[in-house]
Design a protein around this ligand. Structure first.
Ligand SMILES: Cc1cc2nc3c(=O)[nH]c(=O)nc-3n(C[C@H](O)[C@H](O)[C@H](O)COP(=O)(O)O)c2cc1C
Length: 224
């Protein structure tokens, strides 16, 4: 069992390296079970439907455009009740969300957070902590790619720092960070003004680039 897990991780990592060399959109859009390649985007702002949700949706739209067989879903945590991890977590909205992330069809995640004091939102931290049951023993998310979208009201407001913090957390799940391509080197970094990102053309481009890259990576890895 341990050997299989280790070997799977190695193969996944090798797959990422191969992808960096050449990405072929449209190839292998179904996983080995013939299911759709699903990408879930999560908006971790307490404000439903605001700039973080809009930015994650921009990344998902680009991901979907890569291949018709890619399915995307936006989960907006705004207004939901999600407590931090505890030994006996309360019966809150996380109970309904967890099965979505256990679904083997999920081939990649896009996590979006507003920058709060140059860090991730409390809601993002609670949500990520409560994904803990997906770690051992199943490691349900291991070997799957993820990208991070951040929005701040200030230029240099901590967007890249926030991305790094979320990457650090998801590495604990064995997930594989996607980035490294201009203009989304670290991930998607957006600047809001008057509660909108529509005027941030460069930021929206980082979201689209990240979504495209994530979809290409997910397709290739889902195809094994
Ligand atoms: C408590 C709090 C802290 C914030 N800290 C920062 C910050 O450090 N840097 C920044 O650029 N913007 C900061 N902002 C602004 C938000 O990141 C920004 O308005 C963002 O677009 C909000 O996302 P939303 O529209 O999805 O809620 C902060 C906002 C709040 C409420």
């Amino acid at each position: 069992m341990e050997t299989n897990l280790t070997r799977r991780h190695f193969i996944s990592t090798a797959g990422t390296a191969a992808l960096a060399a050449s990405a072929v959109p449209g190839r292998g859009a179904e996983n080995s079970e013939g299911n759709l390649t699903k990408i879930i985007g999560v908006s971790c702002s307490p404000r439903k439907g605001m700039t973080t949700a809009r930015s994650v949706q921009a990344a998902l739209d680009a991901a979907k455009a890569v291949d018709a067989r890619i399915a995307v879903e936006l989960i907006d945590l705004g207004g939901l009740n999600i407590a931090p991890w505890s030994p006996n977590p309360p019966a809150d909205d996380m109970a309904a969300l967890l099965p979505k992330f256990r679904d083997p069809a999920v081939a990649g995640l896009i996590i979006g957070s507003p920058c709060y004091f140059r860090s991730l939102s409390g809601l993002a931290k609670c949500f990520l902590e409560r994904l803990a049951p997906l770690r051992e023993p199943t490691m349900a998310l291991a070997g799957k790619p993820f990208g991070v979208v951040t929005v701040g009201a200030y230029r240099n407001g901590g967007q890249e720092l926030t991305i790094e913090q979320i990457q650090a957390i998801l590495l604990c799940f064995g997930m594989i960070p996607v980035g490294g391509h201009a203009p989304a080197f670290q991930g998607a970094t957006l600047l809001s003004a008057s509660d909108s990102v529509d005027g941030d053309e460069l930021g929206l481009r980082t979201a689209a680039r990240l979504g495209t890259k994530l979809a290409e990576t997910a397709l290739r890895m889902a195809a094994g």
